[in-house]
Ligand binder design. Sequence first.
Ligand SMILES: NC(=O)NCCC(=O)O
Ligand SMILES: [Zn+2]
Ligand SMILES: [Zn+2]
Length: 469
Amino acid sequence: MPTLIRNGRIITAVDDYVADILLENGRIQAIGASLSAGADVTVVDAGGLYVLPGGVDCHTHMENTFGDSTTCDTFESGTKAAAFGGTTTIIDFAFQNKGTSPLEAIARAQATAGDKASIDYGFHVIVTHVDDKVLEDMKVAIRHEGVSSFKMFMAYPNTVMVDDAAIFRAMRMVGQHGGMVALHAENGTIIELLIKEALEQGHTSPRYHGLTRPALMEGEATHRGIRLAELAEAPVYFVHLSAKEALKHVVEARDLGIPVFAETCPHYLFFDDSEYEKEGFDVARYVMSPPLRDKESQKALWTALKTDDLQLVSTDHCPFCMKEGHLGRVRQKPYGEDDFSRIPNGVPGVETRMTVIYDGGVRQNRITLNRFVELTSTAPAKLFGLFPRKGTIAVGSDADIVLFDPNECHTISAHTHHSNCDYTLFEGKHVHGRVKKVFLRGELIVDGDSWLGRPGNGRFVKRGEVGGY
Ligand SMILES: NC(=O)NCCC(=O)O
Ligand SMILES: [Zn+2]
Ligand SMILES: [Zn+2]
């Protein structure tokens, strides 16, 4: 059934105007002043509300397994949480182990998400092994499967880390075919040494997670990744960039016209490494990689979001519970109670991204309203081959729409959120801005506190060429 959204203030990455929007057959059918509504049209009054394109979060981990631990959000709970936070598309991960093909990984991930996801989704392939066959399959993934980005780890030796030659080979191949490598940039072997030394000295508490992953080693890996991409003549994307020591290499490369892109995440924008100075295991809630950085880095990240040295904000939603056994989940944060290196790395964030970036970014005058939309929707859609289907409000685009009340306040809490995770980093934070209604391809899936979405209703979205933003 068609829906007419009346009188909302439409905000895109470049526009800001009041108009009506007609949603029909899953698409935006018309935009204009005083559109007429037939008898079959549901009319929604959006007076006083912002009308935003649905959020695109290009870095989530739903039911992903790392080592012995699996993230506590399934595609069902995680996409519902995302929807309540105003996100209508996620890009998650398909995991290629040694001996398996990227194509098998994509098929497996699709089977996992297929009947659970309630918003649209795509995948990056995590590539942990490169040979001629894998490279050939990556080409097929880009050309035929709509999977055009590949995450590679410069950290976590003996599990997912790949060497520079593997990264270079992958970059060279995907760069020729419209794909892009996304790097987790930390120097894995140095970090491994520092962890070993810390444990040998009896330093087992979570605060040592931060102390053994120095910002300099994120900077080193970022610089190395850029040089590899330059040599491969390929674009490169840095996930979860956290440190000013890494940012400076991205800025330098972009100033030289090298196609380097990077995201940061809300946790790096709102928290700093002073959290690691606290005593006790509760610090495990801040165990993510890279870890929280100093206040200067935080300031530099906000500036870079404004100046487009950083292109977007994703969440790296990778939730593990603080309580063992919560909702039946095991090997969560307490798994590393006696050894910080066993604490599963990652934090929740998919449900709070839009609101905290609006509240802390737009309301604090760090970014404009248009830039907020660009960072949370348009830029990820453009960079990862989803635009103009996703990421904007335009005739013909998917009718993924968020009605957002900029003035309504609420307090963020794990007691009221929809994720399976038993905590949020933003517990008790009072924010301005609330998601009121969410439409996915024209269908109302969030209506205030009511959930109208359906598991399995999310669609896998094939993505086009990436890295050309
Ligand atoms: N970021 C993190 O700590 N965990 C998720 C995996 C990754 O993105 O590296
Ligand atoms: Zn990573
Ligand atoms: Zn991640």
